[in-house]
Write a protein that binds this ligand. Structure first.
Ligand SMILES: NC(=O)C1=CN([C@@H]2O[C@H](COP(=O)(O)OP(=O)(O)OC[C@H]3O[C@@H](n4cnc5c(N)ncnc54)[C@H](OP(=O)(O)O)[C@@H]3O)[C@@H](O)[C@H]2O)C=CC1
Ligand SMILES: CC(C)(CO)C(=O)C(=O)O
Length: 339
């Protein structure tokens, strides 16, 4: 296993947890973030990981992008999907020749990264554990959940084994996979359901458990899984999400999947999604265009209709723009499009 220093680019909820765990295990880690107060806290008083999984504080070398010096062979990118291109422009001068970037993000960011630095320098990754950046130097690690790493072409290479060993420090059940696109598309499906929960003020579980909205979650899961299938991907399930049930619109399978996802999310200290947090707490734009929005033209290219996904994008925009409040009434607006 390589022992070269690890660069975490975007040291918020996900990057912060990864970096803190890697450093505590003895790896040399450098954190980069654009939030100067957070950088200052990490290097002076330390980064505190708190919540039900584990609590510890670790002082970490940290920089804002403009302060960073040197080149790194191993980079974990954990900015929001819509910040990927900007972050890449800043990090490319710090990527050592032959080095690689691991996308610890939601969405199909690996395509964006590979377009910028080459597929040979891009490692695919899927993360489903829950975390929230609370304030400078403080991150809530809300729950353990599925994690996977894989090459974009499916090879299980030495660097995949290396990254898998690192991710296993954080999540002992992490998987080294020959189908990373399957996990990423599975998360695109699950992510569409999470965006739907964020239309409301309710927790992920409470929103997903509403019987009158079940048809909407089923339709969203189906639209994304049909698109994954058209893309030639075999999506994989995790933490209750069952791609096959949604692809086939199997009523019993979807009922069990939704019940299992509700139960999974009842156990987390992160009760609401990152999308909800962007809208309700951080008062900022979400990843909707970089995740859900990317599927609309893709579906059109395959001749697939995705009316429920399109409505989801429209409603998230309406909340981002302050035109409509988060409310169960937003999901009501989607019901007539389903079934
Ligand atoms: N949080 C979670 O539980 C989960 C998140 N994910 C995914 O992981 C990714 C990261 O999310 P999350 O950790 O929650 O996000 P956070 O907002 O908590 O962390 C991202 C950090 O990166 C900073 N940042 C933004 N642009 C740059 C840049 N150009 N260079 C360096 N730092 C930058 C952000 O600053 P600023 O806030 O000012 O933008 C922020 O501090 C997303 O794709 C998300 O969907 C996946 C699974 C679970
Ligand atoms: C809910 C979670 C943590 C997945 O479990 C997520 O991906 C998000 O908050 O966006």
């Amino acid at each position: 296993m390589s022992h070269s220093p690890i660069l975490i680019w975007g040291a918020g909820a996900i990057g912060g947890v990864l970096g803190a765990y890697f450093a505590r295990a003895g790896h040399t880690v450098h954190m980069v973030d654009i939030v100067a107060d957070h950088v200052e806290a990490m290097r002076k008083t330390g980064l505190r990981i708190e919540g039900p999984v584990e609590e510890f504080t670790t002082v970490l070398p940290a920089s804002t992008p403009d302060e960073l010096e040197g080149r790194y062979e191993r980079v974990f990118l954990a900015v929001k999907a819509h910040h990927t291109e900007d972050a890449l422009e800043m990090l490319v001068p710090h990527l050592a020749p032959g080095g690689y970037v691991v996308s610890a993000q939601n969405g199909l960011n690996e395509k964006v990264i590979a377009a910028r630095i080459g597929a040979e320098n891009t490692v695919g990754c899927f993360v489903n554990f829950g975390a929230d950046w609370l304030e400078p130097g403080r991150i809530l690690y809300g729950n353990r959940a599925a994690v996977a790493v894989g090459e974009l072409d499916g090879r299980v290479s030495q660097r995949v084994r290396d990254v898998h060993a690192l991710l296993s420090i954080v999540e002992p059940d992490a998987v080294a996979t020959d189908n990373i696109w399957g996990y990423l598309w599975g998360k695109m499906g699950y992510g569409a359901l999470l965006f739907c929960t964020a239309l409301t003020p309710d927790s992920m579980s409470d929103a997903m458990a509403r019987p009158e909205h079940r048809v909407v979650y089923e339709a969203l899961g189906h639209e994304v899984m049909a698109l994954a299938s058209a893309e030639g991907v075999k999506p994989l399930g995790f933490n209750g999400f069952d791609p096959d049930a949604f692809l086939r619109s199997d009523p019993d399978g979807m009922r069990v999947a939704l019940e299992t996802m509700v139960a999974h999310n009842r156990k987390t200290a992160k009760t609401h999604s990152g999308i909800w947090r962007d809208l309700a707490v951080r008062k900022r734009r979400t990843e909707v265009d970089a995740q859900i929005g990317t599927m609309i033209p893709l579906a059109a290219a395959h001749g697939l209709e995705v009316p429920v996904l399109a409505k989801l994008v429209e409603l998230i925009h309406a909340i981002e723009d302050g035109e409509k409040p988060q409310s169960a009434a937003r999901v009501d607006e989607m019901v007539s499009l389903c079934g």
